[in-house]
Design a protein around this ligand. Structure first.
Ligand code: NDP
Ligand SMILES: N[C@@H](CC=O)C(=O)O
Length: 786
């Protein structure tokens, strides 16, 4: 049977709301037969440890107070989650257990491991009951019935048999962290013990995968809480994960990985707070690029040890319930120990260990082969420059193919310095994967231009085209699509496309940065932007739908992108390749205030108004504009004024205004009823459009005016004016003197009041638009390197 194991840590279960979220994840991500391993809720283990300390110090009042704390927390969870009989029984059982703890404490019979085990037992029981109440089959299992250790060693054969009780018809909610010994006593599995329980159970059940649901979104290049630019990796190979763990990185514990050795069990680290976001997969060697990591060490002691015995580091780690790193340098063996535990280790090694340095802080650098030495030297130089005294700096080979460096210093360094180190040591290792959606007029031209442009981009950062998407098919090649024969590859290898497979393909990309370039004109495609953001993709849009979506959706997208440090560029959605967005932003950055924006924002309507003199029917020109690649796929999007309305909204939002499309008044450049029906039925009624435009032209000519489709945003008056409409303008006005197809943006601001700033040039066409998208790609790439 293909089962999976899911593990939820304490922070994932800290409140009733979190239990509810976890239950939803289980219902949507797990199948009957899967095991769900849980830690103690929130800070329960810490509270139990506090209870143990009070008990040891014979502090009876303290003991009772902590029992009360535990009770309040559990009662709150039970009362908020369970109802009726389930609630009553659960409260009764909890009461009995807490009374027993109080009695045992009084009688001086408390046992530490047995006491600590309560946290996991309560979580598993409550979660199973809550799932049952939600009408899903679930049962709680005590891992002491599944995991047996004898003489400190796991009894694999017996455990494998015991795990057969896990039921294929239900969710099996199993306590993490605990096991039993041959005398039936409780033993705990140490720090991150629940992660270890999960991988052990996965091995014993021959599960397909283990998902560690946690409060971070995956494994990052460095701590994302300290360095905003930290990169989340889609894939990390087990050897590097193991090394990181041994250097004390808290995301995965070295022990967690051991049961997976020589198995094909997939290990995934995923956020239980954002279950749709991209995760990190820990893969077997060769299935992921070697990555760069920086991990920090706080307050460690360095101890020299004589004759390290095989397996002793593991034993010592078990003893202090903490990771220990050991290394050989100049034929001596050293241990790096969290300072709080040094005395325990030194005592344990009775006479074989000497303290060499105390209170060290440091940096671990995990990186691909052959560069650890160089990066370690570089890190040391940077730290020295910032007056950090270095005690040790060396690099080592770890397992084949793996290297690391350690820089141990006298002082701690702050997040600013870590950010600098990250920028200097990690940034160079990044690659950008490009996925292009839409290979029509503009998209195909963009790809043609990309071959040359890649040379330029590669000076900044290695950039690869890895995906192409059209309305029905897609092509993904994670090593890169060969641009000169993309069409051939498309014809032989493109596969059917649906949203789910597209998201899965994005998730699989093993790149530090990814960008989806939307050159479709599809609203449906734009609705996937939040999913792209969840996959850590930057966005570039020529498509105007997302930029003009309803404010609530639009703001939520912006917020999501901001939280993930993702960029969204959409320069070509207004004015094709013209730098209108740049100009508006630049004016604002430099303290200017835009008061009025007026112009012709449609290449199609500009071309039509300039070319139409009544000698040929208007609709014939419209078909020509379509052939030239100026119009939207359905040119009525242009004629209706909707396309211009969208552009005005995009610029208004750029100026910080909170507007929606309906706040911009619109007068179409065609009879309203022509908007109905499909394109062919429109063509049958094109005479109506011709007559409509002929009338407008005759009227304009009579008054010696010319026709222009004009957009205006005026912030000068009390009431904001935002409108798009066909207007007749005087021949000496800037809007009249356009070349066919040109856009013009007339900007009045504090600094450009009487003499407006004017931006004018081609406002549509595949070449200029594709070039504008390249500008967005260039600036995105540029922003990623520093
Ligand atoms: N033309 C111009 O001058 C300018 C255009 N733009 C914008 O650029 C975009 C593209 O314009 P243009 O190239 O002229 O349009 P086209 O109609 O020529 O091409 C559209 C492309 O999008 C693909 N597509 C449509 N729906 C989907 C979908 N749901 N998922 C994936 N792909 C899809 C189509 O696939 P298939 O090939 O299978 O049909 C096609 O390849 C539009 O948003 C437009 O507003 C912006 C500035 C100027
Ligand atoms: N159809 C549009 C294309 C660019 O956005 C136009 O004509 O301006």
């Amino acid at each position: 049977m293909n089962t999976a194991v899911h593990k939820f840590g304490g922070s994932s279960l800290s409140s009733a709301a979190r239990y509810h979220a976890v239950a939803n994840i289980i219902i949507s991500h797990c199948q009957a037969g899967d095991s769900v391993v849980v830690s103690a809720a929130g800070k329960t283990t810490n509270t139990l440890v506090k209870l143990w300390l009070c008990y040891q110090q014979n502090d009876s009042q303290g003991t009772l107070d902590v029992i009360k704390l535990l009770k309040n927390h559990q009662v709150e969870l039970i009362s908020e989650l369970l109802i009726d009989e389930l609630q009553e029984t659960a409260l009764q059982k909890l009461n009995d257990e807490l009374e027993l703890i109080a009695t045992l404490a009084q009688q001086q019979e408390l046992v530490e491991a047995q006491l600590l085990a309560h946290g996991e037992v309560w979580s598993a029981r409550l979660l199973a009951q809550y799932l049952t109440q939600l009408e899903h089959k679930a049962n709680a299992f005590d891992a002491r019935d599944l995991l047996l250790l004898s003489g400190g060693q796991l009894q694999h054969e017996k455990n494998q048999k015991s795990c057969q009780v896990l039921n294929s018809e239900q969710f099996n909610v199993v306590t993490g962290f605990i096991a039993k010994n041959e005398s039936g006593e409780t033993v705990t599995l140490g720090r991150n013990g629940s992660d270890y329980s999960a991988t052990l159970i996965a091995r014993y059940c021959n599960a397909q995968s283990v998902t560690i649901w946690t409060d971070t979104q995956g494994v990052y290049s460095t701590d994302p809480r300290k360095v905003k630019q930290a990169i989340k990796y889609a894939k990390v190979c087990r050897e590097q994960a193991n090394l990181l763990a041994r250097l004390g990185n808290p995301v995965l514990h070295a022990k967690t990985l051991t049961p997976l050795k020589d198995t094909n069990i997939k290990l995934v680290v995923r956020s239980s707070f954002d279950s749709h976001s991209a995760c990190t997969e820990i893969v077997k060697k060769g299935n992921a690029k070697q990555k760069h990591f920086l991990t920090t060490l706080d307050n460690h002691d360095l101890v020299k040890i004589e004759q390290l015995i095989e397996g002793e580091v593991g034993e010592l780690s078990q003893l202090i319930q903490h990771t220990l790193h050991h290394f050989e340098l100049d034929s001596e063996t050293y241990l790096l120990i969290p300072a709080a535990y040094t005395h325990i280790v030194i005592n344990h090694l009775s006479g074989r260990a000497n303290l060499v340095e105390s209170n060290l802080f440091g940096l671990g650098i995990v990186c691909p082969n052959d560069i650890a030495h160089q990066l370690t030297q570089q890190a040391a130089k940077i730290l020295q420059k910032y007056n950090i005294n270095i005690r040790f700096a060396f690099s080592q080979k770890d397992m084949p193919g793996n290297e690391y460096g350690l820089v141990l210093c006298e002082q701690a360094f702050d997040t600013d310095l870590l950010t600098i180190l990250h920028e200097e040591l990690i940034s160079d290792s990044q690659e950008l994967a490009v996925v292009v959606a839409g290979l029509g007029n503009v998209g195909a031209t963009f790809i043609t231009q990309l071959e040359k442009q890649l040379v330029r981009l590669n000076y900044l950062l290695p950039v690869k085209l890895v995906g192409l998407v059209r309305s029905e098919n897609m092509l993904f090649c994670s090593d890169g699509i060969k641009i000169h024969n993309w069409l051939e590859q498309w014809q032989t290898s493109a596969i059917a496309y649906d949203n789910k497979s597209l998201i899965a393909a994005l998730e699989q990309l093993d790149y530090e940065h990814k960008v989806v370039i939307d050159i479709t004109a599809s609203e449906d495609f734009s609705l996937l932007y939040p999913d792209f953001a969840a996959q850590d993709c930057h966005l570039i849009s020529a498509n105007k739908y997302a930029g003009t979506a309803h404010t609530t959706w639009y703001n939520a997208l912006k917020e999501k992108l901001y939280e993930r440090n993702l960029k969204w560029r959409y320069n070509t959605s207004v004015g094709a390749g013209l730098p209108i967005n740049f100009a508006l932003n630049d004016l604002q950055y430099s303290g200017d205030k835009i008061e009025r924006l007026l112009g012709v924002f449609s290449g199609t309507l500009s071309w039509l108004c300039c070319e139409y003199d009544g000698s040929v029917p208007f609709s014939e020109l419209l078909l020509k504009a379509k052939d030239m690649g100026y119009t939207e796929p359905d040119p009525r999007e242009d004629l209706s004024g909707r396309d211009v309305q969208r552009k005005l909204l995009i610029l208004a939002r750029e100026l910080g205004l909170t507007l929606d499309l309906d706040d911009i008044s619109l007068t179409p450049m065609m009879p309203a009823d022509l908007a109905q029906g499909d394109w062919l039925s429109f063509l049958e009624k094109r005479d109506k459009l011709d007559a409509f435009m002929s009338d407008k032209l005759i009227q304009a000519k009579k008054e010696d005016l010319v026709l222009r489709y004009v957009a205006e945003l005026n912030l000068q008056q009390d009431k904001l004016v935002a409108k798009v409409a066909l207007s007749a303008v005087k021949k000496d006005e800037p809007l009249a003197g356009l070349k066919a197809g040109d856009n013009i943006f007339v900007i009045n601001s504090l600094w450009y009041q009487d003499n407006a700033l004017v931006i004018q040039g081609p406002g549509a066409g595949q070449e200029v638009t594709a070039a504008g998208i390249h500008s967005d790609l260039y600036w995105l790439t540029h922003s990623l390197i520093k």
